[in-house]
Write a protein that binds this ligand. Structure first.
Ligand code: ZN
Length: 183
């Protein structure tokens, strides 16, 4: 794996590492396993001056369609919608609220990436086959180079995680790697 992407033209995207997804309303037991490697990767990213962007569910109760499928979670303004303490955003990071699976849909993520001259994205977080997948799809449509460290994404089941990774690789040409390969 080339570490040549550890530069200012790369952004690290952290998707939905929120209290509700790790310990709250939609707890994903597998999420706990990615906290430590992701914490280290974020530290590495900041050290190399990568842009760190959080794409966070921030749902509107009563109108967001996703809530019909999954029940109330990550309601805007609640504790559940906050990034877990271990990965709390720092000064200089960007926090992009989203109301759909993709971090790009009706958010200003694409505008931020354009303004910063970003060419490559390292996409991490939850869940491999849903919000990570839909965010990766849009990243592919916009022409970004895509890197997914497999120890920094996960899903409710190992099957969903594994098939999700396969899909990202086969359909969007994502480079599936490990976080160690990026350091
Ligand atoms: Zn959601």
């Amino acid at each position: 794996m080339d570490t040549a992407i550890l530069n200012s033209k790369t952004a690290l995207i952290v998707v939905d590492m929120l209290n509700d997804f790790v310990t709250g309303a939609l707890t994903c037991e597998n999420a706990k396993a990615i906290v430590k490697p992701l914490e280290e990767l974020v530290t590495t990213a900041r050290k190399h001056h990568l842009t760190v962007i959080y794409a966070n569910d921030a749902h509107y109760k009563g109108i967001d369609k996703e809530l019909e499928l999954w029940g109330d979670h990550a309601i805007a303004g609640t504790k559940g919608a906050e990034v877990i303490p271990e990965l709390a955003p720092q000064q200089g990071d960007y926090v992009v609220p989203k109301r759909r699976y993709s971090g790009f849909f009706q958010t200003d993520l694409q505008l931020i990436l354009t303004e910063l001259g970003i060419e490559n994205l390292i996409i991490t977080g939850l869940h491999t086959h849903m919000c990570v997948r839909h965010t990766t799809a849009d990243a592919y449509y916009w022409g970004y180079g895509i890197y997914v460290p497999q120890d920094c994404v996960h899903a409710f089941t190992t099957e969903d995680h594994q098939s999700g990774l396969e899909y990202l690789k086969n359909v969007y040409g994502a480079h599936i790697c490990t976080s160690d390969e990026l350091k």
